[in-house]
Ligand binder design. Sequence first.
Ligand SMILES: [Fe+2]
Ligand SMILES: [Fe+2]
Length: 277
Amino acid sequence: MNTVINVIVENTTPASPLIGEYGFSAQLLIDNHNILFDTGSDSALFLNSAAMGIDLSLVDEIVISHGHYDHTGAVLSFLKRFGGRQIYAHSGIFPRRLISRAGGQIIDIGCKFGYQEAIDTGAEFVFTDTFTEIHPGVYLTGQIPRLTDYEDVGGDFVFEKDGQLHKDLLPDDMAMLVDHPEGLIIISGCSHSGMVNTLEYCRQKTGRSKVLAYIGGTHLMNASQARLEKTIEAINMYQVQKLIVGHCTGFYAAAELFKQLGRQRVIKMDAGLKYIF
Ligand SMILES: [Fe+2]
Ligand SMILES: [Fe+2]
């Protein structure tokens, strides 16, 4: 099972003319499937894919990891440019989502497109609220059970319903996994469910305990040292060979992972990088 992962959007990039943009987007070429996983927050998807020689018109389908703006920001412009596609997502990506910043300012961080706007371009939704095989050996987790007592969603997120604000536990957060002969490849947007919960659910559903690579955002930017230690223990227990982390991982968490797990296993994810498994 040949798997190529091109990171198109990430907060940082090592080289011009690629640009860094807060968010995440990767193209996955798995056998003959061309999948766009998330789209970043704005227009880096288009600038960077052109610079990387990636023809986005060849993308067959889109996967949305969760309904935050930094993963959904270019969905509508993509659909308007290239036409409707099948979109895999949890049905709970659309609520109005907010976060309060220092100084009391409340900003909108929800999904950057509406259901009907996408449908109007010819897009079709496939809601994967539970574990689903979308191609042979390629799965979406759907909602991930929260089992650990030391992981949280990584911020004071709220959503608005009927004029009221409610705590947002990001039930729509899901990961994609490839059942590669050498181990699972897990791609996550932000890991709001918790990296360890995500690893555990992937193990439970596939029966495989070896992870070839965990790629994406891990939302450890606000994690305590205790949570980091437990996460590192779990990374060893699940035999994660490569940890390709960026976006909402945060510098200090990435540095701790690098220090404790070493440069053979921990790689800083950047826009423009390609991984072949
Ligand atoms: Fe994010
Ligand atoms: Fe997020």
